[in-house]
Design a binder for this molecule. Sequence first.
Ligand SMILES: *[C@@H]1O[C@H](CO)[C@@H](O)[C@H](O)[C@H]1NC(C)=O
Ligand SMILES: *[C@@H]1O[C@H](CO)[C@@H](O)[C@H](O)[C@H]1NC(C)=O
Ligand SMILES: *[C@@H]1O[C@H](CO)[C@@H](O)[C@H](O)[C@H]1NC(C)=O
Length: 472
Amino acid sequence: MGSMEDYDNAKKTRSSDHQQQHRRSRAMILLLILTNTTSILLFSGAGAALHAHIGKHYPSITTWGSTKLLRELNVTGLALAASHAEVVDLSARLTAANKLLEAILSGKAAKRDMEAAKQEQREASTTGMLWRRDRRLPSGELRRAVGPHRLPLGPSSSPSRRLIGGEMFPALGQACHRYVAEVEQYMNYTAGEECPSDEAFAQRLMLKGCEPLPRRRCRPRTPAGYVEPTPLPASLWAIPPDTSIVWDAYTCKNYSCLVNRGKTKGSYDCKDCFDLLHGREKDRWMRRRTGAGDEDDDDPNSLDYTIDGVLATMPRGTVRVGLDIGGGSGTFAARMRERGVTVVTTTMNFDGPFNSFVASRGLVPLHLSVASRLPFFDGTLDVVHSMHVLSSWIPDVMLEFALFDVYRVLRPGGVFWLDHFFCLGTQMDATYLPMFERIGFEKLRWNAGRKLDRGIEMDEWYISALLQKPRR
Ligand SMILES: *[C@@H]1O[C@H](CO)[C@@H](O)[C@H](O)[C@H]1NC(C)=O
Ligand SMILES: *[C@@H]1O[C@H](CO)[C@@H](O)[C@H](O)[C@H]1NC(C)=O
Ligand SMILES: *[C@@H]1O[C@H](CO)[C@@H](O)[C@H](O)[C@H]1NC(C)=O
């Protein structure tokens, strides 16, 4: 019954609101008809002078006989003037606050941050944050994929379903909503048939923040002439047959092209990574031999740590599972596998079949960008390695989140091997050293050295470090 009363009251309030509004707008129209001057005064914030103005120039207004109307006019005018004045005041205060902020943050980095924040604000206001706030809602297969999907057996019959609630939402990258047309194109296929050959398009969407992509109900093309993979351990250093993959997405159309890419001109990601037998790839992270079969210990001043040197810092056999972030063709994982350590390699297919190649070596590839939360539970990994990829090209704030994520997935006593982190000398002191301090690692080893390939005047530096997650 109470709710019925509430409803009635609400209705009454609404209708009296309505009448009042109606009266106000009638008065408003009259007011505007009276004179342009009045409206100019009103909207220029000089509404306080309205009464005097009317009194002076339109004394005959009372002779219309409607003091009630005049009172209404007066009230409406004053109310409008007051709210207008409030807006003007608020706007002035905002401007002042902005100016103050700008004055305080006059440093270069602060200006950059401010610009970034402004850009963010602009983007947020133009695109909206959620599908629902977006003008463009997904349709067709995309609509079907993103859900929500009602649980057919209801929410309450098992612990996991209770946790899920009444409906399921498939995982989908937060920036997918910014590219509805592209994601719809990605989802434009015939269900149950072969998928379009759109690997590069899909990866571009991932890199733009639509990661994970929605699932699809189609089958990627099987390459013609597929042969069984090489067995382990020979697979670790074998170049797979060309027929093991579909080449549509890549400039190279066979593995010999990829193997020889290191010797050609042109800029490619990880361009000498496919040459497993003759190039640098073979020697990476290995002890340098000084002749006569002697093995050198690690040079303590070198940026090039060796796998055996790093493993030796931990109790024997306690490094068993790990992650290589941005591991290219998987050679780090291959070397670790030879030492009985299982390493998962995240790698992107930048104009090359990096994921397929890692898998063909008998290793685990993970098609995941550096923007993604690591898909491991807290405190589970013995080692995380990353060469070149986590570097100064990543926006500072994102990098800090990424480093905390590495800290999260490492177990207590686990080590993060930061391998050739690249930055400018000025950034090292101002930005990165304090950032590394904030994460909370203990430094087992730390080396900074100049990167000289573009000349010493470029002030470019590498950092290599062995960082341990504290045990307590
Ligand atoms: C208009 O408002 C002013 C200020 O509230 C008041 O003094 C004046 O008597 C009002 N005039 C009329 C006609 O209601
Ligand atoms: C889907 O693809 C077909 C053919 O490739 C095209 O004609 C059609 O316009 C596309 N539909 C959408 C919604 O993009
Ligand atoms: C591999 O591809 C290159 C061009 O990308 C071509 O010149 C070469 O003949 C191909 N090699 C084989 C073995 O198919």
